[in-house]
Design a protein around this ligand. Sequence first.
Ligand code: ATP
Length: 271
Amino acid sequence: MNLESANKTIEKVVSALENTHSFEGNLRVGIDLGTAYIVLVVIDETDEPVAVEMEFAKVLKDGLVVDYTGACQIVKRLKQKLEARLNVELVKASIAVPPGTGHQDTNTHRYVVESAGFEVTAVVDEPTAANAVMNLKDGVIVDVGGGTTGLSILKDGEVIYTADEATGGTHVTLVLSGHYHISFDEAEDLKKDISKQREVVHAVRPVFEKMAAIVKKHIEGYEIEEICLVGGTCLLPDVELIFEKATGIKTYKPEQPLLVTPLGIALFCEK
Ligand code: ATP
């Protein structure tokens, strides 16, 4: 895969948080209902990121909606903000769920998005969405989000296996909260404080080693040459080195791993 080209694409989506880019043709939206963030990414007919809105939210747990009304309100609010920025009504959307999510929980995601006035044209699993951006041909893409860690194994560009486990950034924050005897919210702030992140990673190293062991278990029996990490939790420094050491497989991440999956979700939306 071409990491440089993926980094350039991701840079554009990050810049679309602050800047509204000019666009061609019809717009479509990728909606990531996450355990930590709800993100809406708008792309145009040429797949270029146009505008992004996101909000920190506690309306999902382990990838599943636990506060339906709250989730609906946030999606509606973010849609309105985007429409005000773009002066266009946004209708077509795609959504993602963790691999292995049942029919009923998938429908709950769909109803949240439809309640805001979107038409859902595609449902994809999260790591597969991420790979639409990373374009890994052979290897594993691991999406370490807030509540869940999903993985997709790729062979010749095709997804041949997916899995999901209930661990991620929330687990990291809980361990930090216990380690430093501080509240969850204080631990969440500490985790994102760039000047403290090396110390943080040292304190939660066993959590990442456990995540890597989980990935190793899932990829047993497959010939894997590389692991690509995405998801907000991979913003912590050197997590790729912990995975590499624990699995013995070359591991890397893009420069900005947070918005990879939301952008990938948008790419699956019908034009
Ligand atoms: P899930 O995929 O599990 O439903 P999500 O979609 O909300 O969750 P992401 O948006 O990929 O997941 O990542 C959210 C996680 O990233 C949270 O645990 C958050 O604390 C963490 N995170 C966000 N920014 C940073 C940062 N700068 N440093 C460290 N961790 C961060």
